[in-house]
Design a binder for this molecule. Structure first.
Ligand code: G6P
Ligand code: MG
Length: 213
């Protein structure tokens, strides 16, 4: 039986995935190459640093920048991203999110958040949902990015729940892989094309709520 539920943030609770995409696209264009929505799937769930590496490879520029320049490129991208983030409000919480979390809690299931983002605390404050979670693990607390299972195992540990009794909600292929490597039940939130490794796939949490009712 399930004792813990772990949520990804970007693309599951709030549609920030589109803002990450816009900011990375802008950076790619600044560097003189195209960056498509299909390319972007490879960046979902992946850390900022790793994302830049993948992006530079797509543009054939993986050998062009020093470490300091890479830091600068990440800052430029993040500043563009933050322009969107500071405008987030409670209304941006995706439909079905609160219902899903509250339903789980009513059943005595502990609820955690596991995100690679270093902007997570800012986003949670904007959405005013920090208190919904029994445990939070963000990008400042982990050393290995998804698909490594570290982030989910750490969250389960904080929740004091056996990883095998956890269910994960994820919109990224890397996140689904990480959840499976952690021995958890993985719910893909999005499309079956990209999330085929998930145990089940729903198009959104709103759809999940609808199906459960
Ligand atoms: C999430 C997103 C990624 C993002 C990563 C780091 O996992 O899915 O697209 O790159 O977090 O986010 P950050 O806010 O720290 O740049
Ligand atoms: Mg995500």
């Amino acid at each position: 039986s399930i004792e813990g539920a772990i949520f990804d943030l970007d693309g599951v609770i709030v549609d920030t995935a589109k803002y990450h995409y816009s900011a990375w696209k802008k950076l790619a264009n600044m560097l003189g190459f195209e960056f498509t929505e299909k390319d972007n799937e490879k960046l979902k769930g992946v850390s900022r640093k790793e994302s830049l590496e993948i992006l530079l490879k797509i543009g054939g520029k993986e050998n062009e920048f020093s470490r300091a320049q890479r830091e600068e490129l990440m800052d430029i991208k993040n500043n563009w991203y933050l322009e969107y983030i500071v405008k987030l409000t409670e209304d941006d919480i995706l439909p079905g999110t609160k219902e899903t979390i509250l339903t789980l809690k009513e059943q005595g299931i502990k609820v955690g958040l596991a995100t690679a983002s270093k902007n997570a605390m800012l986003i949670l404050e904007r959405l005013k949902i920090k208190d919904l979670f029994d445990a939070i693990v963000d990008g400042t607390q982990i050393s290995r990015a998804k698909p490594d299972p570290e982030i989910f195992l750490k969250c389960a540990q904080k929740l004091e729940v056996d990883p095998k009794k956890c269910i994960v909600f994820e919109d990224a292929a890397a996140g689904i892989k990480a959840a499976k490597l952690a021995g958890m039940f993985a719910v893909g939130v999005g499309s079956l094309d990209t999330l085929s490794e998930a145990d089940i796939v729903v198009s959104s949490l709103a759809q999940l709520v609808k199906e459960l009712n």
